[in-house]
Design a binder for this molecule. Structure first.
Ligand SMILES: CC(C)(COP(=O)(O)OP(=O)(O)OC[C@H]1O[C@@H](n2cnc3c(N)ncnc32)[C@H](O)[C@@H]1OP(=O)(O)O)[C@@H](O)C(=O)NCCC(=O)NCCS
Length: 320
């Protein structure tokens, strides 16, 4: 049995927060933010919207596009670092309830910006082992709830949103997700962290931006090289290179090092900022809705985030 990427969906909250919002409140400028990050705006969830609301909205679209009913889903995995509740219940359980899915295994994954790739790897393993048939994977974030809006070095980077995909079992090898690799290294845990209840600090995200930037470029470039070599692929075999959307300069540096052409690179960071685990599925969804991605396309995903975690995936899109 193989795992295939059947469908994609996304939900992006309505409110747009432009760079001017930050300029009005702190010592920064539109020019600085645009030049250093490539971000012009980000979307922010309303006060009464939670991460599970965003995730459930994206999931409904993915299930419908997979031509399935919610009752066909036999595993729900939600990647998030901004869950509705601390520890429990999991955001995946809340999404299950919002979709009307009961008696189905549901769990959260905490792998920061690499969360969607970790979720896909987990879905693939469950399917290939024969344990599950239709796995709903979600990357959902209300990062605005864990951002310190007095910290000018991080707050302008992040936005809210969600993306979801259905990964289904198939006997057709041509439809299979080709390969996924996931890694972690806790020795650099202090680069990106959110203090929890055992700390006296405020529960806001903290980041050593400059150091993170350098490690991200180095790690992503070598990780993509390794998955391509392992599968005997060159950049000519890739239709779309969809990296985690953290900073345009990171995407450009990695894309240039790997010699991808502009038409292969997918860049959405200007509109959405960094939405952590949601950024890759939101970008895939945009390619799908713009008809930039069609059935059979080979997509290369790569992500890097707090933990540290990182991962890459070679995915054949097998939806309609
Ligand atoms: C955060 C980031 C945009 C900062 O860009 P940078 O080029 O590394 O900038 P630095 O942190 O070296 O800061 C340069 C200067 O800008 C200043 N600065 C920081 N934030 C600023 C802001 N919002 N507006 C204006 N100036 C700012 C700094 O204080 C520093 O000033 P100094 O030179 O007088 O000390 C960049 O490091 C980054 O994107 N890092 C990775 C983020 C990321 O991807 N995180 C998630 C991983 S998934």
């Amino acid at each position: 049995m193989y795992a295939s990427f059947k469908s994609i969906g996304a939900y992006i909250p309505d409110e747009i927060r432009t760079n001017q919002w930050f300029v009005d409140r702190m010592d920064t400028s539109d020019e600085w933010i645009t030049k250093r990050t490539g971000i012009n705006q980000r979307h922010i969830a309303s006060d009464d919207q939670t991460t599970s609301d965003l995730g459930a909205n994206a999931a409904k679209i993915a299930i419908q596009r997979a031509q399935l009913e919610p009752s066909d889903i036999d595993l729900i995995i939600c990647a998030t670092i901004s869950p509705d509740y601390f520890c429990m219940p999991s955001t995946a359980c809340l999404i299950a309830e919002k979709l009307g899915i009961r008696d189905t295994m549901a769990l959260d994954i905490s792998a920061a910006c690499t969360g969607f790739i970790y979720a896909m790897q987990t879905a693939k393993a469950f399917i290939e082992s024969g344990m599950k048939k239709n796995v709903l994977i979600i990357g959902a974030e209300k990062l605005s709830s864990i951002i310190d809006y007095t910290d000018r070095t991080t707050c302008m980077l992040f936005g809210d949103g969600a993306g979801a995909a259905v990964i289904s079992a198939t006997e057709n090898k041509d439809e299979a997700i080709l390969d996924i690799q996931c890694s972690a290294d806790g020795s650099m845990q202090d680069l990106l962290l959110t203090p929890g209840v055992q700390s006296q600090e405020k529960p806001f995200m903290q980041m050593k931006g400059n150091e993170t930037f350098k490690v991200a470029v180095r790690t992503l470039t070598s990780d993509v090289r390794s998955i391509m070599e392992k599968n005997n692929l060159t950049n000519k075999d890739i239709d779309l290179f969809i990296p985690h959307q953290a900073n345009y300069r990171i995407i450009k540096a990695v894309g240039d090092a790997l010699k991808f052409d502009d038409h292969q690179k997918v860049v959405t960071v200007a509109k959405y900022g960094n939405t952590s685990s949601a950024s890759i599925p939101m970008a895939i969804n945009e390619c799908y809705e713009d008809k930039r991605m069609t059935k059979g396309d080979m997509i290369l995903l790569d992500a890097f985030g707090g933990g540290l975690t990182w991962g890459s995936a070679l995915v054949k899109f097998s939806g309609n």
